[in-house]
Design a protein around this ligand. Structure first.
Ligand SMILES: [Zn+2]
Length: 402
């Protein structure tokens, strides 16, 4: 769908109707204490060359904190997706048009999708309460997830335990599930979800995977073999403060909630805070940026807790970080285009994985060289380009991000 300057929210409504719509939405949001995104759109831009990419990169400087890149400018073959607030739509579209940048409107009104999501959650919660059950196919709050963790551990105490590895900036517990069939300091796999708090589908994926592991142990050969030889650690809510904030105030919050004297903006992108390529490609030194890397490597308690745990364990063999948005499997290093030393090992493993995922989901997955340690920036697909669905809520099923 080609973009047009008239493609904003409330298209087809008179200016008075549109104002009424905005006022009503604002009143409703204020009553619920939540930020409202009525009229905000997600635009998809296809840059033809490096010059057009750099025009898109300039947008972050021209409109600081206004354009939220869901898929940043990486290379000409990959689309760029950005959320633009209603108040900025006219300017941003004029900028794109004046530079001959073709765009389409991928999401016409974000708030419509958010309202649908909230309604679905409320409906699911009513069903859960009446049936005293936990739905593995709907979203949950931090409190609900932590309660689920406790009952899950109690129910499967022969194989699962709970470890507290630290506290968040706002002093919430940082919890890890340990799946183990015995032994000490066995080789282990680390899996984390939700480091970017708005990527709710990743928390749900972690919970679903945890249940799958306990249900398949002793029945499925691969799960059984893995757990007989290795432990699995799962950090389901890797950014508890940010996650709580996505429920209470701002559904689209990505960073943690740390604050520092003299700095107006809150939060660090935890996935840019690792001590690997710190401050490099794909991160930002502006505290107001969505990809702010923080004042120093591992400055954030949520990152330091993971680093301390993995370092002191000493026998972690694989680290998998689950994100949502584009369909990609990434391997080290995102901040550099140089091949890693074990590229020849990672490439076939990655190819096999993307092939299996594509076969299982019928959604093509791309393979990229990006760091497992930092997951900083992007993207050098070796196979097909990612092809996410064009409609629907991107932080929901079948989308994924970094
Ligand atoms: Zn992410």
């Amino acid at each position: 769908m080609p973009g047009s300057p008239r493609g904003g929210a409330g298209h087809g409504l008179s200016p008075v109707d549109r104002r009424m719509l905005l006022v009503c939405s604002f009143v409703l949001a204020a009553a619920l204490g939540q930020m409202n995104f009525t009229g905000d759109q997600v635009l998809r831009v296809l840059a033809k060359n490096e010059k057009e990419l750099s025009l898109l990169r300039d947008l972050e400087g021209l409109k600081p904190q206004k354009v939220d890149f869901w898929r940043g400018p990486a290379r000409p073959s990959l689309p760029v997706d950005m959320r633009v607030p209603f108040s900025e739509l006219r300017d941003i579209k004029a900028y794109l048009e004046s530079h001959g940048l073709a765009y389409s409107i991928m999401i016409k009104d974000i708030q419509v999708l958010l309202d649908e999501e909230r309604e679905a959650m409320a409906k699911s919660r009513r069903l859960e309460r009446s049936a005293s059950s936990f739905s593995y196919s709907s979203y949950h709050t931090l409190e609900e997830i932590y309660t689920w963790i406790d009952s899950f551990v109690t129910e499967h105490s022969n194989i699962v335990s709970k470890i507290q590895i630290g506290h968040s900036f706002e002093n919430r517990s940082i919890l890890v599930l340990k799946f183990s069939t015995g032994g000490s300091q066995r080789p282990a796999i680390w899996i984390d979800t939700g480091i970017h708090s708005r990527e709710w589908i990743t928390h749900a994926t972690g919970i679903w995977t945890a249940r799958k592991i306990v249900n398949k142990y002793g029945k499925d050969r691969i799960v059984t073999d893995v757990l007989n030889a290795m432990d699995i650690f799962m950090e389901i809510v890797s950014n508890p403060d940010g996650f709580a904030f996505t429920h209470s105030m701002n559904r689209l919050w990505r960073k943690n909630k740390s604050s520092r004297p003299g700095i107006f903006c809150i939060g660090v992108d935890l996935n840019r805070n690792w001590n690997s390529g710190f401050g490099g490609n794909g991160s930002n030194d502006n505290p107001c940026s969505e990809t702010y890397h923080g004042p120093s490597p591992q400055s954030e308690p949520e990152v330091a807790a993971v680093v301390n745990f993995i370092t002191s364990h000493g026998n972690i063999k694989a680290l998998i970080s689950i994100h949502s948005y584009s369909q990609m499997l990434m391997y080290p290093y995102g901040h550099s285009l140089e091949p890693v030393s074990n590229q020849e090992e990672l490439m076939p493993v990655g190819s096999l994985s993307t092939g299996l995922m594509t076969a299982a989901s019928s959604t093509p997955s791309a393979l990229s060289s990006v760091t497992l340690g930092t997951m900083a920036s992007c993207c050098r697909p070796h196979r097909s380009s990612p092809q996410p669905r064009r409609h629907g809520w991107p932080f929901g099923p079948s989308w994924s991000t970094r």
